[in-house]
Design a protein. Structure first.
Lengths: 111, 113
């Protein structure tokens, strides 16, 4: 069964304290892995797409990496405005155009 | 502003009442989706439409119906609401060749009492 597991469920960081969020996946052939950011009361907002092991994408303080079994979202020197829930999703080759989501990591960054 | 528009934003229903959630996108996307989001469960696919005139069931379709009215609009109907359908509902759209995955609406928070 295709599955996406994110850890930790929640993470509290002090401003400037770097850390990583994990997304482990089991899928019969991966077409793409997606990272989204979701603020309270809003819909998820696209961050990155990764297609193959070894690929990396960066945006401001965020960097996403991909291996054959998992993806990491590295947050360098986070700021309070980075506080949000971060969602990971996979798109299988056999069932393209439909994403399977993890339950997310709720990140709080305090001053 | 380009994107996905959902209405209403909030709704309270009594058990057994019916309602339709509306969704429209202006990005000329072929595919549209309805998800529900519950605490600890993540986003779960209710129905999707790969193109105008086609719809298919997702992971949790029971108690729901959908209509792809045209390329822009995809509605979700609850015929007889139940407390288990209390949730936040998101509509999304995508284009198969797009690297951006889905574009989501801002959601409808539905409470069934």
């Amino acid at each position: 069964e295709d599955q996406v597991t994110q850890s930790p469920e929640a993470l509290r960081l002090q401003e400037g304290e770097s850390s990583s969020l994990n997304c482990s996946y089991t899928v019969s052939g991966l077409r793409g892995l997606f990272w989204y950011r979701q603020d309270p009361g809003k819909g998820p907002e696209f961050l990155f797409t990764l297609y193959s092991a070894g690929e990396e994408k960066e945006k401001e303080r965020l960097k996403a990496t991909l291996t054959k079994k998992e993806s990491f979202l590295h947050i360098t020197a986070p700021k309070p405005e980075d506080s949000a829930t971060y969602l990971c999703a996979v798109e299988p080759f056999y069932n393209t155009d439909k994403l399977i989501f993890g339950t997310g990591t709720r990140l709080q960054v305090f001053p | 502003n380009a994107g996905v528009t959902q209405t209403p934003k909030f709704q309270v229903l009594k058990t057994g009442q019916s309602m339709t959630l509306q969704c429209a996108q202006d990005m000329n996307h072929n595919s549209m989706y309805w998800y529900r989001q519950d605490p600890g469960m993540g986003l779960r696919l209710i129905y999707y439409s790969a193109s105008e005139g086609t719809t298919d069931k997702g992971e949790v379709p029971n108690g729901y119906n959908v209509s792809r009215l045209n390329k822009r609009e995809f509605s979700l109907r609850l015929e007889s609401a139940a407390p288990s359908q209390t949730s936040v509902y998101f509509c999304a759209s995508s284009e198969r060749s797009d690297t951006y995955g889905y574009t989501f609406g801002s959601g409808t928070r539905l409470t069934v009492v």
